[in-house]
Design a protein around this ligand. Structure first.
Ligand SMILES: [Zn+2]
Length: 320
């Protein structure tokens, strides 16, 4: 068999664009990341993305790839390869990104939701490698995720499964971006951790180091909580409580081998994962409670590596 060619991976985030050439061992080459500056609109941003992709190819000294994988936040139509109106990219309506990419690079392309791509990346190359049943939660600006069941990605009837961020953890609670109340995302996303901290500071006059931050961000809250700040600790404890509740419920429902937590908020490390791990061990039903709870392996490169996993699958299907 001829050696498997590398693929090119493109990630369209609300804050950053990222591109890399990925080899079949999951390693990235010529990884580049630059600010999205989404105010420029889709045409300019996409031109920038493609330029970045070509620069990754040059940096990796790769002349040919078999396919291109693209990851982006939803809503999107993966089957048609169209960005229908991603929440993090206002004004991007019905952008045929797969067709544009195919024209720009001259090879087949595939599109997937970024959280789904991340699940695939962690399952094929990262912390969930080899697991038959795995759950992945990304805790970042929002909360997303996905499940691997019997070694395969669970997509759902129309490809929208794995919305772990919208599990109801506080019925009637905080309003979520999805329009419902009490979702996990409305408490545990970086945006909402910061917002809950700001709300508490406004209605509580106890001293807190967070009063020196403007605006308060999630990483300020975790740092202050770790240093013993009482107010920050309250905000953080509620974060880990709702996350623990959601993960314990998921473990009971699906009895996974492993639960992987990734995304920017997990940079807080043990402060976030230890309470969740303890909650699963003591709160889930045995033997599901034996599920391993671990941090993601792939860090900031997870979306490009996940998009690459999809591109390899596409190339294999097409015998490229
Ligand atoms: Zn929601």
């Amino acid at each position: 068999m001829p050696p498997v060619m590398p693929v090119l991976a493109l990630d369209i985030g609300g804050t950053k664009l990222a591109t890399a050439v990925v080899t079949p061992d999951g390693r990235t080459h010529g990884f580049l990341s630059e600010p999205t500056r989404k105010e420029r609109g889709p045409e300019e941003v996409i031109a920038h993305l493609f330029d970045l992709g070509h620069r990754s190819l040059a940096a990796a000294e790769v002349a040919e790839v078999s396919a291109v994988g693209i990851s982006c936040g939803g809503p999107l139509d993966a089957a048609r390869g169209v960005l229908t109106g991603p929440l993090h990219l206002p004004g991007w309506i019905d952008i045929p990104i797969v067709e544009l990419t195919r024209r720009a690079f001259g090879v087949p392309a595939v599109l997937e939701n970024d959280a789904t791509a991340a699940v695939l990346g962690e399952h094929r190359y990262g912390a969930a490698r080899g697991a038959e049943i795995a759950l992945y939660l990304t805790i970042s600006t929002g909360v997303g995720g996905g499940a691997i069941i019997d070694g395969r990605l669970h997509r759902g009837a129309a490809g929208n499964g794995g919305e772990f961020g919208h599990l109801t953890v506080r019925p009637g609670g905080r309003l979520c971006q999805c329009g419902r109340r009490g979702c996990l995302e409305a408490y545990a996303s970086g945006t909402n951790i910061a917002e809950r901290a700001r709300d508490l500071l406004a209605r509580d006059d106890r001293p807190s180091v967070l009063r020196h931050e403007d605006p308060v961000r999630a990483e300020h809250v975790s740092r202050a909580a770790s240093a013993g700040d009482v107010l920050a600790r309250e905000v953080w404890d509620e974060t880990t409580a709702v996350l623990s509740q959601a993960v314990t419920d998921l473990v009971n429902v699906l009895e996974p081998h492993v639960v992987v937590l990734g995304g920017g908020v997990t940079r807080s490390g043990a402060l976030l994962i230890d309470p969740v791990r303890d909650a699963v061990r003591t709160g889930a039903l045995p033997p599901a409670a034996a599920a391993r709870v671990t941090l993601a392996d792939l860090g900031d490169e997870v979306c490009v590596v996940g998009a690459a996993a999809l591109a390899f699958d596409l190339a294999e299907t097409l015998h490229v």
